[in-house]
Write a protein that binds this ligand. Sequence first.
Ligand SMILES: Nc1ncnc2c1ncn2[C@@H]1O[C@H](COP(=O)(O)OP(=O)(O)OP(=O)(O)O)[C@@H](O)[C@H]1O
Length: 562
Amino acid sequence: MVTMMPKLMSNGGYTAVLGASVLALVPFLVGPFQVELVALALLYGLFAFGLDVAWGRAGIVTIGQAIFFGCGAYGIGLAAKSDIWAGWGVLGALAVSCIVAAAIGGAGLRRASSPSTMAVLTLAMALLAEKIAITWVGVTGGSNGLFVAPPSDANLYYWSALALITLVVLATKMCVFDRRLGNRLTAIRLNEQQAEHLGIGTHSTRVVAFVIGAAIATLAGAMAAPLITTVTPDRVGILLSTQALVWVALGGRGTLVGPFAGALVAVYGQDALAGSVGDYYLLILGVLFVLSVLFMPRGIVGLFEKGEYVAPIKPPDFRKPRLAQDTATTDICLETRDLVVCMGGSAIINKLDLSIRSSEIVCIIGPNGAGKSTMLNAISGQLPSSNGTILLRGSYVTGTSSSTRARVGLSRTFQVPSLFPELTVGDHMALARQEGSACDVQPERYRRLEQMRGDVPVGKLSLGERRMLEISMALARRPDLLLLDEPAAGLARNESELLVEDLKELRQGTGCAIVCVEHDMELVRKLADRVICLHQGRILKEGTMDQVSADPDVRRSYLGQR
Ligand SMILES: Nc1ncnc2c1ncn2[C@@H]1O[C@H](COP(=O)(O)OP(=O)(O)OP(=O)(O)O)[C@@H](O)[C@H]1O
């Protein structure tokens, strides 16, 4: 079995340790001023690394990351002002940062939000934080800021900073990137829709990543405060936030050393060019950002990258969440009552009553635009229903997310296979099993696909193989109900016939109920226990294929077109 996840950077941990060992020699090579400059650049790198957890790994566009860096710096400034142990300043700043990040993430990363929501929210928060820092003179010192004594021993401080950075980077790699959370972040970044349907709570996962990034930035800010010496409002502001974005883009998003490389280049560039280009340096930085996004999408590190790291996945125990139970639990697997789905002001699904038994294979047919895909989307939680109820295995799931429904036992596939670009077949299955079960039941053909094509990226698969892989992933959860949206579309006749055999083998082996939207009437005839013809969002006729196809209304509205 393939148990590897892709590819985020080459031998990341070793690179980090090797880099730290080389950097430890810096105090032997340069004077105290330069040592402090390198320390500050590395701490900016740590700040950018925190940003990269949010942006590079979780795809969260944040324009106000300096709020958290500044929070750490002000924590130390306030501790110095109050003459208390600096550790209290760090702990207080961490607590404030995590709470603020959780609040911003909770509000800005909801399912209904677009990426720009988070960008605008963090931008507004950074402007607000800067305003507060300027006006709350009694606490923050206003524009004059707070003084923090510089380190008495530059070399010792440098090594302490380096140790902290190495520790944070390795801990983040081992406890986040190489673990289940890291795999989830990869999945969400590559294909959020499929991640949801695998059962990954995309909202909570992203919020956790954002909070981790904020905590790292806070630590960086706290450690940098004695090097900055005066903590002023610009430490929480927009300029530093956008500079950090440039550092990450320049160094390489989603890599361990990229944010550090970007920060080092930028800080040293600024130092070297400050005299000659003055404020134009920011313009140069902006141009660098655009160029690196356009021509070096993986930044400086990407230029040297060969392989990427692989993280073992430990498949968890399969658990289904508890939901409110309906009183009459039967062998009914799926039930919709008076289901209404409105889009563009009209009811696409109109008071649909549907009942699917365990182990039953039901094919949904109907003319284009009848609402078949909409029905699947509403049942799987991708579309909200406007009215009515949906029960899965007797549990009310109306209004719940796709990931919750996946955890209750619903899996689905899409008209166009929804996979994770860049990942291999083995990666897909490892990810699906991480969220599902290690002992899933797969038809023979699917097992062979995984064994023989495990290392093949999905982009190189045929349509038939992609469809098989998508179904195979859906099965990793050992679902009670499998929804298939036109699984035979684009397949050759012999592939469709194999698909029928696969689905029957699956039903036989697992007792899973299957609801299959399909236009291929030959396939429907061979596969279905029951056929439902949908028309204008309502059931026009249901029964065996012979009963449905003999119905005059069905012939007029649908079969006449075929
Ligand atoms: N986002 C949307 N906003 C408004 N109307 C929509 C939207 N998506 C789909 N519709 C409409 O809903 C109706 C049902 O679409 P749906 O895709 O569910 O039909 P279908 O039965 O699956 O058709 P097909 O067999 O062609 O896939 C169509 O008339 C379509 O135009």
